[in-house]
Design a protein. Structure first.
Length: 338
């Protein structure tokens, strides 16, 4: 029997894994830089909460039924900022006779994801006949303590009863006294018909925050007929809440001033119809949200610095520079050609 020897096929050793060369690493870093930069451009800018205003009982005058005989309007607002979410609840009441208010008489409550930052009511109204004018604004702001601009709190600037009660034999009582300019203006240029009464107050515990800028304008240029009585009150209470929901209210030293007399907060008559709050947008914007563009642009900058540094080292670094500071086994991984 004849046997033949067949030589075994030689199998080469597995190829060593290819290592990244310095140019490839630099190219990867530059591509990462471009990615971070584009992502930073695409990230949305930080958003701000949309805000609205309440307008009612302004420009009230005589109607087809005859001269005006009463004007009683109130606005109660609760604004809330909780983390990045915003909301507001607004309750309004209106009782205008004989002519109609700017909107139908009645009481209603409106909820929104927008903050109410302006209230304008009872301005340039009931200048045709003598009778009581009673209006009130009460705003409560609940602000999460980490909200930008939440603190510090400060008393609102007030301008009230400026140029009022000038008709003679009138009575003017305002607390605090009149000043020029202010985020809360009321009872200015009112009750000038002679023999009128102008009594307007601002709750002494009122505080405002830059996180929810508030403006109030009411009872200005109204009741300018002899014998009219203008009685208006305003309150802006701000509470800072913690992440756990705990609240830090501002101490109230004049709680009684926040609630107008019973006659100044009318209940709608049996014939009154439900009237929605007259709310108009102040500025349109999406709800507040986080801004990620900063970290993305920072990552882009760091990647660019790394790429440039690698190129400079490759071209200008003296021989053996890394061997002085880096262990040989680690150095071999990056300097060995693939």
């Amino acid at each position: 029997m004849t046997s033949h020897t067949i030589p075994a096929r030689s199998i080469g050793a597995p190829a060593a894994p290819r290592r990244l060369t310095m140019p490839a690493m630099v190219m990867a870093l530059m591509l990462a830089t471009c990615g971070f930069w584009l992502a930073g451009l695409a990230a949305p800018a930080p958003a701000h909460a949309a805000t609205t205003a309440v307008d009612q009982c302004n420009g009230h005058g005589p109607g087809t039924a005859g001269a005006t005989t009463a004007l009683k309007c109130t606005v109660t607002v609760v604004n809330t900022i909780s983390g990045t979410a915003t909301s507001s609840t607004t309750t309004v009441t209106r009782e205008c006779t004989l002519g109609p208010c700017s909107s139908p008489n009645g009481t209603s409550t409106t909820s929104s994801t927008s903050l109410v930052t302006a209230v304008r009511q009872c301005n340039s109204s009931d200048n045709d006949a003598a009778h009581p004018i009673m209006c009130a604004v009460k705003i409560t702001n609940n602000i999460w303590r980490d909200t930008a601009g939440a603190q510090p709190l400060s008393a609102p600037t007030v301008a009230e009863c400026v140029g009022s009660g000038k008709g003679g034999s009138g009575v003017v009582g305002c607390e605090p006294g009149p000043v020029s300019g202010g985020m809360l203006t009321q009872c200015n240029g009112s009750g000038n018909g002679g023999g009128g009464v102008v009594h307007c107050t601002v709750d002494a515990s009122s505080r405002v925050s830059a996180a929810i800028p508030i403006t109030v304008s009411q009872c200005n240029g109204s009741g300018n007929v002899g014998g009219s009585a203008v009685n208006c009150t305003a309150s802006i209470i701000t509470t800072i809440t913690g992440p756990s929901g705990s609240a830090t209210p501002v101490p109230s030293t004049a709680a009684a001033a926040t609630t107008p007399p019973a006659s100044a907060t009318p209940a709608p008559s049996a014939q009154a119809t439900m009237a929605p709050a007259v709310i108009v947008p102040n500025r349109a914007a999406p709800a507040a949200g986080p801004d990620h563009s900063g970290p993305l642009m920072l990552g882009s900058g760091l990647a660019l610095v790394a790429a440039v540094s690698a190129l400079l080292y490759r071209r200008y670094a003296p021989a053996g520079l890394l061997s002085r500071y880096v262990p040989k086994d680690l150095l071999g991984r990056f300097t060995r050609k693939g």
